[in-house]
Design a protein around this ligand. Structure first.
Ligand code: GLC
Ligand code: CA
Length: 564
């Protein structure tokens, strides 16, 4: 059944709320997406990961679903959805939806029933426990929510606590209950029947909790992980849902593997295991953030270690390649000086640095035009994570507030969620009304309309790079070898099949770096990709790399188109 089409895919992630608003209410919607399908086709991508569009009270912008089989009216109707899906398929674009089933919304019918009484048939759809202490007023264990605070909420009616690893409006589903698993399989089949091509499974590594829910060790930040990341029954549950749903259609199932180390990824993604097709692991995004929240200086050597570890996974594991998504700040601001005069070179260099690797690359909306982080005043943050952090710091230790604000100015998820910058005008071409979230003031300079006009834009470079990857066997199947792993400035690697090879050299510094390529044995190779004009056509013993320069030299192949 599975053709593993995703191995030839380039994904584009749409965060619907921020992508394009068709009716002027300030909120992106499905008709807005439909109006941009030609843009996506022209970009060259052939798969979309769509963040949740299901019915939701939006405590976490759709990652809290109250009806898995319906569309949130602010995004449109089921008819709109079907039209969008057809529009994508007509253009050769597959659609992968977000499946958020570690938890539901507390407004989902199941939870509404579940909290009614201890013997309600839906009680066991969620994780209810008695409290500790004489009067049961202490939570059942010391786990903490991923957004800070307790992972448990007390319910007055039935005098028990329910578990929520995110906000209290996102109760965790009880996967140990076979009925819950059956429901999830049915939901998947419902969408597959409609023609959806797969799912990105939200925090799917959290679904199996250790029996007895033992206390966690460590600081009260993300406490409890060791008892639910890749928990005891996870493989059984993945196998089961494969049998009942995922493997019945030609799907792509990519798991958000939060907490999962790269070295453990094969246990859930190796092809013969019938679990996931690929995993989004977090080690790369943790190079410059500790414990998910604390910004630390970007360290290229660590970054390279992670990339190489990913590339060196066993050959029956397929990597996911990404720098950005709706939870991460903008890569151009994180990995370099995205506001500087070399912004364009930086954006292109980053593109080369991951598009030449083995795996499926993902572009997050706006990344292709080099959208940056935004400056927000404390009361301009709208995301639940930043808000909860500010609230808890204010309550527990107010002197830390300036520090928390500094951390969020770098880390908040809001940076990724500012409206897509289509045009340099009021509302940035995203909306004619008042946008739900502040537009980045740099929209006048950084926007799609001007990028399309400029042959040297990041956008036009992405188009050429996407085209370059298509059908390219060295990129898809070639071996990977890193050179100069200890170098603090440059990421250098080779991709090779037989006697054909690429040498990729990326300067992560905003200054000239002389770089000796002796070890690579690629002298004489021919330039095929470059983000500056006037680079040498043939590789010598050394190369002088300009600020954020990226070059790819090719050996043994003569038909590659050259990209500048
Ligand atoms: C994932 C999503 C994130 C959401 C969380 C809870 O990490 O990507 O946006 O807040 O899960 O559903
Ligand atoms: Ca709208």
């Amino acid at each position: 059944m599975k053709t593993r089409w995703y191995k030839d895919a380039v994904f584009y992630q749409i965060y619907p709320r921020s992508f394009c608003d068709s009716n002027g209410d300030g909120i992106g919607d499905i008709k807005g997406i439909i109006s941009k399908l030609d843009y996506l086709r022209d970009l060259g991508i052939n798969a979309v990961w769509l963040s949740p569009v299901y019915k939701s009270p939006n405590c976490d912008n759709g990652y809290d679903i109250s009806d898995y089989r319906d569309i949130n009216p602010e995004f449109g109707t089921m008819e709109d959805f079907k039209e969008m899906l057809k529009g994508m398929h007509d253009r050769g674009i597959r659609l992968v939806m977000d499946l958020v089933v570690n938890h539901s919304s507390d407004e989902h019918f199941w939870f509404q029933e579940s909290k009614k009484s201890k013997d309600n048939p839906y009680r066991d759809y969620y994780i209810w426990r008695e409290g500790k202490g004489k009067d049961g007023k202490k939570p059942p264990n010391n786990w903490t929510s991923r957004f800070t605070g307790k992972a448990w909420t007390f319910d007055e009616k039935t005098k028990e606590w329910y578990l929520h690893l995110f906000t209290s409006k996102q109760p965790d589903l009880n996967w140990d209950n076979p009925k819950v698993r059956e429901e999830v399989a049915n939901i998947c089949n419902f969408w597959f029947e409609m023609g959806v091509d797969g799912f990105r499974c939200d925090v799917i590594t959290y679904i199996s909790k250790e029996e007895g829910l033992p206390d966690g060790k460590g600081l009260p930040i993300l406490r409890g992980d060791e008892h639910f990341v890749l928990g005891p029954n996870i493989h059984k549950y993945f196998n089961e849902i494969n049998e009942k749903a995922w493997s019945r259609y030609d799907t792509m199932i990519v798991g958000e593997a939060i907490g999962c180390k790269l070295k453990d990824a094969p246990s859930i993604i190796a092809e013969d295991r019938n679990e996931l097709d690929s995993a989004i692991t977090f080690e790369l995004v943790q190079v410059d953030f500790k414990s998910d929240f604390l910004p630390v200086k970007f360290n290229l050597r660590k970054f390279k270690q992670v990339q190489s570890a990913w590339q060196n996974l066993p050959s029956n594991c397929w990597p996911t390649l990404y720098y950005e998504n709706h939870d991460q700040p903008r890569s151009i601001t994180r990995y370099g000086n995205g506001y500087g005069i070399h912004r364009k070179e930086l954006g292109k260099m980053l593109a080369v640095s991951y598009f030449m690797l083995r795996g499926t690359p993902y572009i997050f909306e706006g990344q292709e035009i080099g959208m940056t982080n935004i400056y927000l005043k404390p009361d301009e943050y709208v995301d639940v994570m930043a808000k909860q952090i500010f609230t808890i710091v204010k309550k527990v230790f107010p002197p830390l507030l300036p520090f928390a604000r500094w951390a969020m100015s770098k880390r908040a998820r809001d940076h990724a969620r500012t409206p897509m910058q289509w045009e340099g005008k009021q509302g940035c071409g995203f909306t004619t009304g008042t946008p739900w979230m502040k537009v980045n003031p740099n929209c006048d300079d950084i926007n799609v309309v001007s990028a399309l006009k400029n042959p040297n834009s990041i956008l036009n470079f992405y188009k050429k790079l996407i085209d370059f990857r298509k059908g390219n066997d060295i990129i898809k199947n070639g071996t990977y070898k890193e050179y100069y792993a200890g170098n603090k400035n440059v990421f250098c690697f080779e991709r090779k099949t037989g006697d054909k090879a690429y040498l990729v050299i990326c300067n992560f510094k905003e200054k000239n770096i002389p770089f000796n390529v002796d070890d690579t044995g690629m002298k004489g190779a021919k330039l095929v990709i470059s983000n500056y004009p006037n680079q040498e056509d043939v590789l010598g013993d050394a190369i002088l790399l300009k600020p954020y320069e990226a070059v790819v030299f090719e050996k043994g192949n003569s038909d590659s188109k050259r990209i500048i």
